[in-house]
Design a protein around this ligand. Structure first.
Ligand SMILES: [Zn+2]
Length: 304
């Protein structure tokens, strides 16, 4: 089930860059730092677990069980981030009645750190999304949606940097083309930019300018379009960019039992993961940082 694979060559200098002020001597040579990334996608307002009659999903999912799971993982490793790759809204009467308030409040209680925006998050229009922002104690990132001429302006950042145990983690967001997928009346003046070009820029800014030790792309582009290979997906972003360590995806409801490993444009490994939908699974990826050694990782999907 579990495995370890080396994802990139990370020099001691890169690792040290994230812990500014500490000298080499401050490190015990055997001191490994562990960052755990937990993630969901396409939860689609599934707050309750599935019932006993729900076929293969029977008795799975639900926010309460996810909360217990997240809490126990955080207890094991306080250096844990919780991320969501979009389509938080739409799918149960909770959304129809409360318009997303409950979803955001519960995600805040679970202490989500960052989320990106999926196409269904516009289902009550951009004004409906904006109305729920006060209930979210976590941040939204999207680098290729320009919200300048909308109510969401300044409420969504291209990226967020979080430092855990001296490790600098850069997280940027990517959203799917809305034209043809979402009624323009819903997304209004939101402008979509090419995700590949944006991802190339973002990964350069986060890795080179901001000296992040770990670069994560939170994407709602979809995993892979085999019948339409020109359509931008997590796989095409992974191959066309450098300096992204992990792409956490959504939209296609693809269930991966463990992250896929792709080669980026300079032959380094990129992890790509997605955990189906409806909160049935929680993705868990552990990154290990050791001065002078390559960054390594373990990935697995946990049934909720
Ligand atoms: Zn979805």
């Amino acid at each position: 089930m579990k495995r370890r694979h080396f994802i990139q060559k990370s020099t001691a200098a890169t690792v040290l860059a994230g812990v500014g002020g500490l000298s080499l001597q401050s490190f015990s040579p055997s001191k490994t730092k562990k960052i755990t990334i937990l993630h969901t996608n396409d939860v689609h307002s599934h707050i309750d677990p599935f019932g006993p009659e729900d076929g293969r999903n029977a008795n799975k999912g639900g926010v309460a069980r996810r909360a217990t799971l997240v809490e126990s993982i955080r207890k094991e490793n306080p250096n844990t981030l919780l991320l969501d790759a979009g389509d938080i809204f739409q799918g149960t009467p909770y959304f129809n009645y409360y318009g997303g308030e409950l979803e955001f409040k519960l995600m805040s209680m679970l202490k989500y750190d960052v989320a990106t925006i999926g196409n269904h998050d516009f289902d009550n229009g951009i004004d409906g999304l904006y109305a729920q922002i006060p209930h979210a104690d976590f941040e939204f990132v999207s680098a290729n949606y320009d919200f300048t001429n909308t109510v969401m302006d300044t409420h969504v950042k291209p990226y967020k940097i979080i430092i855990k145990d001296g490790i600098k983690i850069g997280i940027f967001g990517l959203g799917i083309q809305l034209d043809g997928l979402v009624n323009k009346e819903m997304y209004k003046e939101t402008v979509y930019h090419n995700p590949i070009e944006i991802a190339q820029d973002m990964s350069r800014i986060l890795k080179e300018e901001q000296s992040c030790d770990l670069v994560i792309c939170l994407s709602h582009l979809g995993y892979n379009y085999k019948n339409n290979p020109n359509k931008v997906s997590d796989i095409t972003v992974a191959r066309a960019t450098k300096d992204i360590d992990l792409i956490i995806g959504g939209h296609t409801h693809t269930f991966l039992p463990k992250p896929t490993i792709e080669k980026n444009s300079v032959g380094k490994n990129v992890l790509v993961n997605q955990v189906g939908c409806f909160g049935l699974y929680l993705g868990k990826i552990d990154f290990y940082f050791q001065p002078g050694k390559e960054v390594s990782s373990d990935g697995t999907s946990i049934i909720v």
